[in-house]
Design a binder for this molecule. Structure first.
Ligand code: ADP
Ligand code: MG
Length: 403
């Protein structure tokens, strides 16, 4: 249910936009449309690339790809977000990617769908595939921490996997999306977003072990408990490929190396006492965030199963404090959103996504959604911040063929 200033809902308009763009591009109708959702991460931030645990869910907002076949072996991509289509020969993909030094040889947005095509061919070993035109539209807010990147990857990967009859399963398609983002775009992200976008289910989150890729569906029970999840998009843009994300990853790798483990996933909260004595303060605080955050994900899963969603608030709050003080990836707008939401009665609140901007989430009783929204808006106005975009998300299905 929408409380205020809703994000546009994808159910009807986005497929139409993709089909209309396809018609503009080719003068024909597409053979089909595929879509994949954005995601919100309930808890488990910066744990994915540390082989740890995350608990995201797919949201209603989706990216849609309309696809048509060509008579040559070229691939052309167009998006409603960029006026200029980009076209390359399928046989040239190997020369374009992987991208050295994070500078795509094509406009950055086009490196997502073209990188997916490249990674799919790499993963499947296929070479002799038919050319395609892809027209892309989306209602996932871009750069807001809701993973428009995984949505464009998942929609493209699903469309090409079906069209080229490659037979890759959902986990393999998630890995293809990640490879495209890491090696074609040059953004060093983990696997969480792609797994959530591929595996999402209505009213449920995906409890993912990022080491084994074991995924379990966890019922959220938000509606039954009278709860909704507000997303507070601060409008502050982050840039994964250029921001502090890579630096945080490097700290985590350094911490794991000092502790003699493969990844921070292999440390428990008890190991932090020793960690504090063998590394510098900054590295230690980065490590402490990841280790305690992993434990909070496990605790959230148990709490949802045993006690229900009303009891997870303190875990969400502790996650935010850890990211603010130990991992240092929050910004004043996110802190303000969380503080205002909690003082207006939210059950729990935290920044979500990679940090340095993007969105916060607040779990709220349906009755209090308007009061929380008003309080956040008022806090932003008082601080002189640009007004946030506040809307409700609900857990939805993962990638699929639409038509
Ligand atoms: P987030 O995933 O949080 O939205 P990212 O920086 O990871 O932010 O990904 C956003 C980038 O993905 C955009 O800058 C653009 O390059 C690409 N992208 C996402 N959705 C689309 C789209 N519908 N059309 C074109 N490019 C897109
Ligand atoms: Mg992203």
């Amino acid at each position: 249910m929408t409380t205020t200033d809703a994000a546009p809902r994808g159910a009807s308009r986005t497929p139409e936009a993709a089909r209309a763009l396809f018609a503009d591009l080719t003068g024909r109708d597409p053979v089909g449309t595929w879509s994949a959702p954005g995601r919100v991460n309930l808890i488990g931030e910066h744990t994915d690339y540390n082989d740890g645990f995350v608990l995201p869910f797919a949201i209603e907002q989706r990216t849609v790809v309309a696809l048509g076949l060509r008579s040559d072996a070229r691939i052309r991509v167009a998006s409603t977000l960029d006026a200029a289509p980009v076209e390359v020969a399928v046989s040239d993909l190997d020369g374009l990617f992987p991208t050295v030094g994070a500078h795509p040889a094509v406009p950055e947005w086009a490196a997502y769908p073209l990188g997916v095509a490249w990674a799919l061919l790499q993963a499947s070993g296929a070479t002799d595939v038919t050319g395609v035109d892809l027209a892309i539209a989306s209602d996932v807010p871009v750069g807001a921490g809701l993973s428009s990147s995984a949505a464009i990857e998942g929609a493209t990967a699903s469309a090409l996997n079906d069209t080229w009859d490659l037979g890759l399963d959902r986990v393999a398609l998630a890995q293809v999306g990640r490879r495209a983002e890491n090696e074609a775009v040059g953004a060093p992200t983990g696997i969480m977003d792609q797994m959530a976008s591929m595996l999402g289910r209505p009213d449920a989150a995906i409890f993912l072990d990022c080491r084994t890729l074991d995924a379990n569906v966890i019922d959220l029970g938000f509606a039954a408990a009278g709860l909704e999840l507000l997303v507070i998009d601060t409008g502050v843009k982050h840039a994964h490929s250029t921001g502090g994300y890579g630096e945080r990853r490097a700290s985590c790798e350094r911490g794991a190396e000092i502790m003699g483990v493969t990844a921070l996933r292999d440390l428990s909260v008890d190991d932090l006492t020793r960690a504090a004595t063998v590394m510098d303060d900054i590295t230690f605080r980065r490590v402490r965030h990841v280790v305690t955050e992993n434990q909070r994900v496990l605790d959230t899963v148990h709490t949802l199963r045993d006690a229900g969603p009303l009891q997870i608030g303190a875990l969400l709050d502790a996650s935010h404090v850890s990211m603010r003080d130990d991992f240092e990836i929050s910004v004043p707008e996110l802190d303000s959103a969380v503080e205002a939401a909690l003082s207006a009665g939210a059950i729990g609140a935290r920044m979500t996504g990679g940090g340095f901007g993007g969105a916060a989430i607040a779990l709220v009783d349906h009755e209090k959604a308007t009061a929380v929204t008003d309080a956040v808006n008022a806090a932003f106005a008082a601080a002189g911040f640009t007004a946030p975009h506040i809307f409700t998300v609900s857990a939805s299905a993962g990638a699929h063929r639409d038509a």
